[in-house]
Design a protein around this ligand. Sequence first.
Ligand code: FCB
Length: 450
Amino acid sequence: MYPQFPPGFRFGMSTSAYQIEGAADTGGKGPSIWDTFTARPGTVRNGQDGRVAIDHYHRYESDIALIAAAGVQDYRFSFSWPRVLGGDLGFYDRLVDSILENGLRPVPTLYHWDLPQELEDAGGWMNRDTAHRLADYASTLALRLGDRVRDWITMNEMNVHTLYGYALADHAPARGLGLGALPAGHHQLLAHGLAVQVLRTHGARGVGVASQHFPVTSATESAEDVAAATLFSDLTNWTFSDPILLGDYPSELIRAGVGVPDAQLDRDLELIGARLDFYGVNYYEPTMIEAPKAGKDYSGVLEVDIPDGMPFSPVPVKSDERTDFGWAIVPSGLTEILVTLKKRYPSLPPVIITENGASFHDAPPGPDGRVHDERRIAYLDAHLSAVSDAISAGVRVDGYYVWSAIDNFEWAAGFDERFGLIYVDFDDLSRTPKDSYYWYQELIKAQARN
Ligand code: FCB
């Protein structure tokens, strides 16, 4: 019934700080760019925000126990940079202890999009100095937790943060810079490179990054469409992986766009290209692109709209099935992108799927006390098969983490989009494992028996 995974394959679940912690002003924590963004009317569906989120800050012990009871080996979470900056390292001490006491391996991400507002005020990721500030922050965390945390993820989805937050204005910090946002991407990559160095100096065992990747196909074979799709994929896939895995940007246009003088760029790229112990891949859906056709309405195809005047436009991917978030369900896209990564990067480190999952608008627990989410089970099952296919095709994949352990604040979409294996009642904040949670538990048990 279930695909077989190699011995030692690790199952996990993922979350991120802003999406679950809440406690927005507790323990000296200052605002992050997401606190600022969500406070602005019209930015998030239903005017919601992560000030309380699911109050994980106060409920972490029972949350971790519930996650562990599913039988997963790894738990991926992220640190809130403004919380650490405010001096509240005690929370992460207790959290990491609880993760370890429950027999889980902590795999934290340093940066999952919640930049301290004071750093945004100083230019945010458009300012090169932010990369050095991230290195200081990495060092603070490694000094405090390095005796217990051995495996680290530097950055989450630098492509999405750059595109939605800096090129467009759909996520914090809503800069809307268009292609002028490329320096924000470069500075995050530099931050990644600096953090790898810092973490290794402090004795880290495993260091990786979590990158979102997806196949981009051209709507037709016309030269214009193919060129548009290539440019889009360069900007959203390869700009954030070629420097890490090949040591250079995918094109001259992008090299020039990041705005760093040549000699310095070469030094930066050397740092960014440092060997990694694992490469995290987040996968949700593929994208189809065409060259913009005059007068055609492209709104609503992607979760965010690409403004007029850009040289590419997204068109709906052909797929019979969609999640309740509207994302196309294409499991073969995961196999395809893994095989593509392996071909493109001969030195690709072992891959961990650091995020994969689906939002369905689950009904609350019924009279039987259960949350029946068979569509999520089907989604996860099909994507695990896709991972297994990639392994058969020669890609080394060492683990798979579901996004997400628990329902949470889904950025600009607020609380409507439920990705969790654990259901949360957003009124009383009670937790109920969904059927998918029990399914995952069984799957992990069955793997262990084999
Ligand atoms: C990814 C993000 C994660 C979550 C999922 C659904 O892009 O990394 O925080 O929002 O999408």
